[in-house]
Ligand binder design. Structure first.
Ligand code: HSE
Length: 296
């Protein structure tokens, strides 16, 4: 029995919601083929020669599957073939796509014994391999689809957030930022006045999405805690943001831990203009970049 799944990219943080908000895109996506074995092994292969860690305990798809086998306590295992289109260190949920894709596919093969929340819990073992800590702001939207709020991970409390039509433009400058490094540089303490601004924005963003209020969404897409620290790792960041806002984007910022930058727009034609601005900035900087456009 074999199953093939598309594991989509995700955008974590959504500017102000560090580690708690995330959304699922339509493109790009990894393609994963998973087959049942009758021993407790997990064998990981790359579909196109892209170098992936082959020790399952060190692989973002393998670690969650090993946990799943432990939970089931049965003589089953999995062969996994991954076409890794979302490259590690891109900031658009590469590790989450592998982790979520693996557990969703395995769950289908086993006739769905696990709930979505249980799959998120398992997929977080992949995030631990990638970044050293469990966080669910990429795996939750990857498994649930749409936009999710992770109110808490221990105990897990995921809330799907409804939203008006939104289009996302993403630029992935071809430099690598490791999530573990991008977390390392963050300050451990925040000023109360910044915290107040940040939680006002998170609440405003969630309310704006649910009330379908584009003005409120736009005003709330501000991050006074993480972006000022991490944006220095991304050449062109300030320029991209300024130019995209000038052509009508609602707002945006660093996608996950970077280097990708994302912008939200209320309509497709604005998202196209935004994508063009992104392309122009990196062309002028002489940094190769991939552009993606997707609806949510
Ligand atoms: N919330 C995580 C971070 C996402 O920003 O470190 C990493 O993809």
């Amino acid at each position: 029995k074999t199953i093939k799944v598309k594991a989509p990219a995700t955008i974590a943080n959504l500017v102000c919601g560090f580690d708690v908000l995330g959304l699922c895109t339509e493109v790009p996506f990894d393609i994963m083929e998973v087959r049942l074995r009758d021993d407790r092994e997990v064998i990981i292969k790359s579909a196109d020669g892209y170098p992936l860690p082959t020790d399952p305990a060190l692989n973002t798809a393998g670690a969650p599957l090993l946990e799943m086998i432990k939970k089931l306590d049965k003589d089953i295992g999995f062969d996994v073939i991954i076409q890794k289109n979302i490259k590690p260190g891109s900031g658009i949920g590469s590790s989450a796509a592998s982790a979520a894709g693996a557990v969703v596919a395995a769950n289908f093969l086993l006739n769905q014994p696990f709930t979505k929340d249980e799959l998120v819990r398992l997929a977080m073992f992949g995030e631990k391999v990638a970044s050293g800590v469990k966080h669910a702001d990429n795996v939750a939207p990857c498994i649930y689809g749409g936009i999710t709020l992770v109110r808490s991970i221990f105990p897990l409390d995921i809330i799907p957030i409804t939203a008006p039509p939104l289009y996302v433009s993403i630029v992935h400058p071809q430099i690598e930022v490791r999530t573990a490094d991008a977390r390392q540089i963050l300050r451990k303490e925040v000023l109360l006045k910044n915290a107040v601004k940040q939680w006002g924005n998170i609440a405003g963003l969630v309310a704006g999405l649910m009330k379908e209020d584009y003005g409120l969404i736009s005003r709330s897409l501000e991050d006074v805690i993480i972006e000022p620290v991490r944006s220095v790792l991304i050449p062109g960041f300030v320029d991209v943001k300024k130019k995209c806002l000038q052509v009508g984007a609602l707002g945006g910022g660093i996608s996950g831990s970077g280097p990708s930058i994302f912008m939200l727009s209320a309509d497709e034609s604005t998202a196209t203009l935004v994508a063009q601005e992104m392309e122009d900035v990196y062309q002028q900087l002489g940094i190769p970049a991939h552009i993606y456009k997707s609806n949510i």
